[in-house]
Unconditional design. Structure first.
Length: 477
């Protein structure tokens, strides 16, 4: 009937319109697309694929793919029904990445689709994605944020300026609170990577499994509680930039082995993943522990130590650069007073002498805390009572680090002072004895670990071979 004919014609028109839309979608894709049927006969090829394969206007549909794509892997997918991903092929001196997927109908393979695009374009896109992920991951400090006046720090600044332009791994040592993180930020800001991400992680703050997932990322469903979409790790996010491994000595041996792979191969594998991801990242590590001792205790990998100890910077504690105390106090009093909208306090010279003589076991960080308390409690007017109270708290915090002679002694307690001096002399003698014993133990252990190779033992101990010989002679080893 006429109605039936109209319905058929309308259905055909709708089908043609649907196929036309589908073809336009395929043809507008930026990737090359080729599809074949179960016999390997080309059914579809889009404009981008024609351009990549230099086919011009030639119509290759209804022909065997082997005539035009002899390196194609359609037959493998048709035989195995398994997809093939990230296959590299060279076409006209350019590298392309091919993916093949089977087309299934009721569990039977009825064809195969291949998509492909230039590898360099994928890399550019990946870099854009990484840059968008790392927005906000920037360094906060520069070398100018270091406050110093002593010559030893001046030499360290000169060393930093020599190390920064390179891509070499830097290992920063020093006690807690000496400014290791500021120096790491400063190195990044002086390097050619300064416009890219700066990523920092405190290795001591996280348990092993969480630290591993933070550093290396994970695929969706890799473990209970993981995101379905997965998550890139910090090494990925630091691509083209810098990563700071704060307190690397706190990492487990398992995490250390994974770090070693990154440093050696410059690639990572996410937890639960099955592919390697290349990373271009500069590594800066720091530690407040002696890694030579940790290696002897077998809690730190020797091969990882040699990988991170390429360029070393040691930050001396504040008690070894007392000339910096005055400029640090002045700077922090002014900056904290400005922050809290108060007039800067002036600490009289006799009280400054006490601060010069104190050992500062917490270094600059401890000094900042002391200054902040003084600024807030004194309220623009120096108070002897407040100072004495907080200075006593400093000394009580760590008497082992405090200078036992910070308090002035009067003539009326001369006898007591003589007794105290005797105790101090005995104490110092005992300390020197224990120090020599510990030093001898470390040297013997390093020699045993290196089969008595003195050059390697010196490197393991972080000293020169000449220094090692002198120490062995002094200790009669």
């Amino acid at each position: 009937t006429l109605d039936s004919a109209v319905s058929v014609a309308l259905a055909n028109r709708q089908e043609k319109a649907r196929m036309h839309r589908l073809y336009n979608i395929i043809d507008s894709a930026t990737e090359g697309i080729v599809s074949v049927d179960q016999n390997g006969i080309i059914m579809t090829i889009n404009s981008r694929a024609r351009q990549i394969l230099n086919l011009g206007n030639s119509d290759i549909t209804d022909s065997d793919y082997r005539k035009h794509l002899p390196w194609g892997l359609f037959h493998l997918v048709l035989d195995t029904q398994a997809p093939i991903v990230d296959r590299l092929e060279r076409i006209n001196d350019l590298l392309y990445i091919f993916n093949y997927s089977p087309v299934l109908l009721e569990n039977n393979v009825v064809g195969c689709i291949s998509t492909f695009q230039e590898a360099s374009k994928i890399m550019r896109s990946e870099n854009e994605v990484r840059r968008s992920l790392t927005k906000g991951l920037v360094s906060k400090y520069t070398i100018d944020d270091l406050i110093w006046s002593c010559s030893s720090m001046g030499k360290i600044i000169d060393t930093i300026k020599k190390f920064a332009p390179t891509d070499c791994t830097v290992f920063i040592t020093g006690e807690t609170g000496t400014g290791k993180e500021i120096i790491a930020h400063g190195i990044h800001n002086l390097s050619k990577r300064k416009n890219n991400a700066f990523v920092s992680i405190n290795c001591a703050a996280l348990p092993e499994q969480l630290l591993e997932s933070e550093l290396f990322g994970y695929e969706g469903g890799a473990f209970t509680g993981s995101k379905k979409t997965g998550k890139p790790g910090l090494f990925e996010m630091a691509h083209k930039g810098t990563i700071l491994l704060d307190e690397i000595s706190a990492t487990s041996l398992k995490v250390q082995s994974l770090m070693l792979r990154v440093l050696q191969e410059r690639e990572i594998m996410r937890i639960g993943g099955d592919r390697l991801i290349p990373v271009d990242v500069r590594v800066i590590a720091n530690s407040n522990k002696d890694l030579s001792t940790e290696i002897i205790k077998q809690s730190f990998r020797e091969d990882l130590f040699f990988r991170i100890n390429v360029l070393q910077i040691h930050i001396p504690p504040l008690r070894e650069r007392r000339d910096d105390i005055a400029v640090l106090m002045d700077h922090f009093i002014k900056s904290l007073s400005h922050q809290y909208k108060l007039e800067p306090i002036v600490i009289p010279i006799p009280f400054m002498h006490k601060l010069f003589e104190y050992e500062w076991p917490g270094n600059v960080r401890q000094l900042i805390n002391f200054v902040e308390q003084m600024v807030l409690l004194c309220q623009s007017q120096f108070s002897v009572e407040i100072f004495e109270d907080h200075f006593e708290r400093l000394r009580a915090y760590s008497p082992a680090h405090s200078n036992l002679n910070t308090e002035p002694q009067s003539e009326n307690i001369g006898h007591q002072a003589e007794q105290t001096d005797g105790v101090i002399d005995d104490f110092r003698h005992e300390i020197r004895k224990k120090t020599k014993e510990h030093e001898a133990y470390l040297i013997r252990s390093a020699l045993e670990k290196t089969n008595h190779n003195k050059c390697k033992a010196a490197t393991l101990l972080g000293i020169s071979r000449t220094t090692l010989y002198k120490k062995m002679d002094r200790l009669k080893l």
